[in-house]
Design a binder for this molecule. Sequence first.
Ligand SMILES: Cc1cc2nc3c(=O)[nH]c(=O)nc-3n(C[C@H](O)[C@H](O)[C@H](O)COP(=O)(O)O)c2cc1C
Length: 407
Amino acid sequence: MLESLRSVVSLKPIERDRTTRRLSKAANIDDYRAMAKRRLPAGVFDYIDGGAEDESALSRNVSRFGDRTLIPRVLRDVSNIETSTSILGASASMPLIIAPTGFPRIAHPDGELATARSAARHDIPFSLSTMGTRSIEEVADVCDGRKWFQVYVWRDRELTKDMLARCKENGFEALYITVDTAVLGRRERDVRRGMALPPKLGLDTFIEGAMRPGWTMEFLRNDPIVFSNVAVSTKRLGDNTEDGSSAVSLAEYINSQFDPRLSWDDVEWIRSQWDGPVILKGIQSVADAKIAVEHGLDAVALSNHGGRQLDSSPAIIDLVAPVADAVGGQIEIYCDGGVRRGSDVVKAVALGADACMIGRPHLYALGAAGEAGVDHMLDFFQAGIEQTMALTGVNSIADIDRDLITE
Ligand SMILES: Cc1cc2nc3c(=O)[nH]c(=O)nc-3n(C[C@H](O)[C@H](O)[C@H](O)COP(=O)(O)O)c2cc1C
């Protein structure tokens, strides 16, 4: 009896590290999302997870990836798969980029530092947001990998100029101009919870926080969450009214900086201030992609801000082929919104994208398990791209083309 029991039971050693144990049960992005939901106060989770209005753009972004099918090809010797590729003229281990997101430190106190270190280890570009919670300098200190910076063109041009100068001094390689935020989208989960953009860490958050003691203790133990990039530049420009110690007053200041008059002239202005590559983020039509080419931009990032702006915007994967047909080869094409698996990356590349970007996946992973979570999530994407390539019979990113995907 004991003998036959021994032959079928295999006792694995118990993993002592709690984070590793938790992550070993995460099989996909939904699992990191569920873990983050358990750890984060509800208002914080909803700020990350939510979209505009009925969240139809948010769900369409994901579901349209699922609707596309790949054509499996067999008997093609896939023993030597290579996922590395070129993005903006330099190599990356896979066609993936960390998208810029505001306020990452609400997911985990290490915030951008954890994600930037993980991106460098995985040899993919990391993007820092103007609304970031770690400064250009802090990120440069910990990350010797590829670093990109995202700007909004604000009313205060001196502030934008100063941030660009800091990017240059700190080895940032490329710049995004986010153009889909002429005004802010209506995020109804945040309206219900009374969360403003950027979120104010008010009484409600702390009441919820009492139900999430792990997050609350980390939050209290660490330095305050502020818009570090804005705080450093306002100080450098001699404005001591915003010393970065108060997230709330800084938030009000930032809201006053969004400029609905933004136009192509402002894009030209940014280009005149920056001698490196410039990416327009938030392009959602063939017509605008063509104008981006006329203005000599280096790349367009097809994006509806993860469904957080215009809720009636198209699913991002549906834009890739029309834009690639119109401007492919003249400008690099990235896309984000709903990328949740390696197979999604392969689908976007097959339709003509040079790389995909991920927003929520890295915030969920950060919220689930900090830096170890981001490492785990990037390994998941790497493995997923490789596996999809094996099952569709391609050995290199350059070999992924339209023949691989149903229209
Ligand atoms: C919480 C959150 C904050 C974001 N903040 C910014 C930002 O500051 N600047 C920006 O250009 N895009 C921002 N985005 C949009 C992302 O860069 C990206 O376009 C989007 O998340 C992609 O969709 P996905 O979340 O489905 O991957 C944010 C997205 C989220 C979820």
